[in-house]
Design a protein around this ligand. Sequence first.
Ligand SMILES: Cc1cc2nc3c(=O)[nH]c(=O)nc-3n(C[C@H](O)[C@H](O)[C@H](O)COP(=O)(O)O)c2cc1C
Length: 173
Amino acid sequence: MTVLVAYASALGSTREIAQHVASRMAAALGEVECRSVDEVESVAGYEAVLVGSAIHNQAWLPPAVQFLSQHAPGLAERPVWAFSVGMADGLPKLFRNRGAVLQQQRLEQTQFQDVQLRGHAVFSGVYQASQLPAVLRALFRLTGGRFGDLRDWAAVDAWTDQVTAELTKSDLP
Ligand SMILES: Cc1cc2nc3c(=O)[nH]c(=O)nc-3n(C[C@H](O)[C@H](O)[C@H](O)COP(=O)(O)O)c2cc1C
């Protein structure tokens, strides 16, 4: 079975999550290719596709949105999972859980209309203080926001194993 893990990443943290997912999955399934969405010409050669994007301003990066619409017919014929990488765990505590739920809902309502997903995970990524202007940075910290590498590799592994288990079921696609 050949699985594609495609990603769109602005600063690299989503790419590293995609590479981690792909290598963990390869250990269980054999052939898994990890590519930037820009590099994928067709999904025809893959039995399943995982596609992930960094979240910017409550939306996927444009190349990932384009990937979904450009490959919609091919994606409709195979199982597809999505993952989004944002900063939910860095939000001030007051908004953290509610903010994560609302963002996930918004992404599902706005980004995935062209494709039927088997699942969608949202992971925390890397959010650096230098990404915000000084005033907003101070405000963010004062209200309990956190910067740093907030990636939860155990959560990524658990999701990868869940997708792998679904892929090894015999009734695909
Ligand atoms: C300009 C900008 C906008 C962002 N907007 C959001 C957002 O709306 N929601 C969110 O959860 N994270 C947001 N983030 C956080 C990033 O998604 C997070 O840092 C992620 O790890 C970036 O992935 P990348 O390193 O692959 O680019 C934003 C980051 C930047 C730089």
